[in-house]
Ligand binder design. Structure first.
Ligand SMILES: [Cu+2]
Length: 474
């Protein structure tokens, strides 16, 4: 009897232990951080842990609510099927797919989830991550290095970016359209030097340590951003920096404002004027030394009344060469579209910078019936979409606003764009017999469609867009 009771008791203990171990990893992490806030007393730590629990509970409730709403929506079988297809569309990312890495009163850094989180179809670009930094006017973004190769695009505002390269410091004043390469591990910091305008920087990162994951390492900091110096024992730090512990505690204990903070006008002026390194020479200042390239100072590679395309190719820019990355920017006139076309080798990762519209893409992977699935998505500021190599795609601007899209194209070397409409479309290149045989129609009829094309790449968009969009999305 006693033995049985003992057994029961130990079982209870074990299952309680299991329940604890199964704690939500995010909750665990949150509580862990509470425990390690050195400035908190015991009561504050408890409060902090309680707010963690509350946060997770609310989050779970929100998620449950969303799930139920979704389930409640579709009535007919068909609608339900469409719903699953939309959920399985792994090529479009919206607000909810971003996570705040940094959030202070003066700005934030949002990181997009791993491309493979929803579907393995994007494993070809698994080792790329997208992040967006936003900072208020006259702010300082704390020094850090990353275990990732980094390419920045200034989407809005004016910044000064400073990098430390082997004992020398280089600063660049950058503005809308500038592309900056930050090699992995390079200490980098920046300011928003504009007094009124927000700074918005879109980043693509290629992790070099843990595939698909990157971290920021802050040395100069305190509690927030937490300095990595603090991870060392006092003994080691005292020896390394040759100062006493109380001085160390002071220097690594003051900063609590986070990694984006307000700067004074004087500080901004001083930091944006002390530009070291080679001066900027038109069109791309300091480019040979790895400085910025401005996309908009280049000639557009495509330009007509329906849109403009700017491209920075790795063959032309050393900064992008080893990453095999092309950066492009399309400004599609309202009511017009780009494509349809496909990339021969490159996979496009696109971020909508301004405007609205939608895209359509043919994907054989998502279809169960052996044909092509039409993948589509509504586009507006901040939406990210991916067009893999070989996939025919068209991007359409709304009737009301131009659509501005920034794209990072991975595997750019040797890539060709094959137009599927417009002048120079692939069918036009076929000889007569091939047209006849492929379409099973007289070549005249095929040519009437594919030869009757005036524009290239940017084309007039559908006139019945409203209807089209209605069909594509809801
Ligand atoms: Cu596909």
């Amino acid at each position: 009897m006693a033995l049985k009771a003992l057994l029961l008791l130990s079982l209870l203990v074990i299952s309680a232990g299991l329940a604890l171990a199964k704690q939500d990893p995010e909750l665990h992490q949150c509580k862990h951080q509470c425990k390690h806030q050195r400035q908190f007393d015991e009561q504050q730590k408890e409060e902090c842990e309680r707010s963690c629990e509350e946060y997770i509970r609310e989050k779970k409730e929100r998620e449950r609510g969303q799930h139920e709403r979704r389930r409640g929506e579709g009535n007919s079988r068909e609608e339900e099927e469409e719903e699953t297809q939309r959920e399985e569309n792994p090529y479009v990312f919206e607000d909810k797919h971003f996570e705040d890495r940094v959030r202070t009163e003066e700005g934030r850094v949002q990181v997009l989830e791993k491309f493979t989180k929803r579907s393995k179809l994007l494993r070809g670009i698994e080792n790329y991550r997208v992040a967006i930094l936003e900072a208020n006017p006259h702010t300082f973004i704390a020094p850090a290095h990353f275990d990732a190769e980094l390419v920045l695009f200034v989407a809005m505002g004016r910044a000064t970016i400073t990098m430390v390269r082997e004992e020398k410091r280089e600063s660049f004043n950058v503005e809308h359209g500038d592309i900056v390469r930050v090699p992995a591990g390079t200490p980098v910091y920046m300011i928003n030097r504009d007094e009124n305008e927000k700074l918005c920087i879109v980043k693509i990162l290629q992790p070099v340590s843990v595939p698909g994951h990157f971290e920021a390492f802050h040395g100069a900091g305190g509690e927030d951003p937490e300095s990595f110096y603090r991870a060392f024992s006092w003994e080691v730090l005292e020896a390394a920096l040759k100062v006493r512990r109380d001085q160390l505690e002071k220097i690594f204990g003051e900063q609590r404002k986070g990694s984006i903070v307000k700067a004074s006008r004087q500080q901004i002026r001083a930091m944006s004027q002390h530009e070291e390194g080679p001066p900027r020479i038109w069109p791309f200042g300091g480019e040979s030394s790895g400085g910025p390239v401005n996309l908009f100072h280049k000639h557009p590679s495509q330009s007509n009344q329906f849109g403009r395309l700017y491209e920075a190719h790795p063959d032309d820019h050393k900064q992008l060469q080893d990453l095999d990355l092309m950066v492009s920017f399309a400004n599609i006139t309202k009511g017009a579209m780009s494509g349809p076309y496909y990339n021969s080798r490159a996979t496009k990762i696109c971020v909508v910078i301004e405007g609205e519209g939608f895209f359509e893409m043919a994907c054989p992977h998502l279809s169960s019936s052996g044909s092509y699935q039409k993948v589509s998505g509504r586009l507006r500021r901040g939406v990210v979409f991916v067009a893999p190599a070989g996939h025919p795609v068209a991007v359409i601007a709304s009737q009301n606003n131009n659509l501005q899209v920034l794209c990072f194209e991975v595997n750019a070397h040797g890539n060709f764009r094959f137009p599927l409409a417009g002048k120079g479309n692939i069918v036009n290149e076929f000889e007569r017999e091939a047209k006849e045989l492929a379409f099973n129609l007289p070549s005249r009829e095929v040519e009437r469609i594919f030869k009757n094309q005036e524009q290239e790449f940017f084309l007039p968009g559908p006139t019945k867009q409203q209807e089209e969009r209605g069909r594509a999305f809801e």
